[in-house]
Design a binder for this molecule. Sequence first.
Ligand code: NAD
Ligand code: GLY
Length: 358
Amino acid sequence: MRTLTVHLAERGYDIHIGRGLLATAGHFLPLVQGRSVVIVTNTTVGPLYLRTVRESLAGLGVRPLEVVLPDGEAFKNWQTLNRIFDALMEAHCERNTLLVALGGGVIGDMGGFAAACYQRGMPFMQLPTTLLAQVDSSVGGKTAINHPQGKNMIGAFYQPRAVLADIDTLNTLPDRELSAGFAEVIKYGLIRDEAFLTWLEANMAGLRGRDAGLLEEAVYRSCAHKAEIVAADEREQGERALLNLGHTFGHAIETGLGYGQWLHGEAVAVGMVMAARLSHRLGWLQETDVKRVEALLSAAGLPIRGPNLGAARYLELMRHDKKVEGGVLRFVLLESIGRATVCNVPEARAIHAAVEYS
Ligand code: NAD
Ligand code: GLY
């Protein structure tokens, strides 16, 4: 097991990465002592891993309340969130109850938001079970639900008390979901670590073959980047915005098609190609760099062309994104491979990149 720390003073916490962690009761001990516990999961992850977590907690004398939600991005909404509140209220949970989010990014984001809101804040812990959640969403405290008009538009910054990323859970993940996770892994290489990108290029076949050592290394290196960025800029006033590479285009695709049609990682992959194309237009990236981005995403099993939503619809959707400031579209673009920047972009250019790559 390897451990990283997110250095945020009194809100700081550890990320544990390794194999068999869900079954190791000791990892839960510091957080569950003297508390009641509620586990939030979904109908897919619950049958796979709830029993293991339940048994770990039983070893510590804890019998958790369990909330099993419907599965899917389409359920990342107010109605499902309210089911968590209903369960907490019915069980008379107190403010110091620990909420444990067991699942992918949807459960982590919703569980975290519920924890931020219930009695104005209860402690919570992330047990991410998808690659995407292990490398990105479980770390950093962004919690949210979707609004029909915009992705993750309602939420809070609220840090977990600990993250346990059990690499073994990735064995049951469908191939398409594993690939979606690689989009966020590749993102770290593109925005700040060309050596990592080169490592991913060399090891993508083994990673897709679920070599546990390689997956642990990829999760560790990704979390190290995320922890460093979040510690420097928790509230996204600066560098953290770079983590949104490809997301303005990607969110447009997710919202435009209806949540759950394209996976988040797939939409981000295409969004990163669009951002690379736009960076090329601005004279920053070479054509060979754009091809390099496309080749790695393809090798990871990800799409590199977006759906044809039409120029007007892309523009309308992108204008609703959180990255819009004073009505101006702001994109994360690549100055070179391994170096990103935030840039105001004239609408026509952004649209061109989106439409050209649909
Ligand atoms: P997800 O949570 O929908 O999980 C994907 C699918 O895999 C689901 O069907 C889930 O039930 C299933 N699953 C989860 N773990 C499994 C396992 N071990 N074995 C088998 N099936 C398993 O999707 P995701 O890709 O994990 O997360 C995407 C969400 O994360 C989006 O809503 C996105 O907005 C959010 N996100 C948040 C942040 C953040 O910083 N908070 C960052 C990136 C993405
Ligand atoms: N996933 C983007 C962020 O955490 O800032």
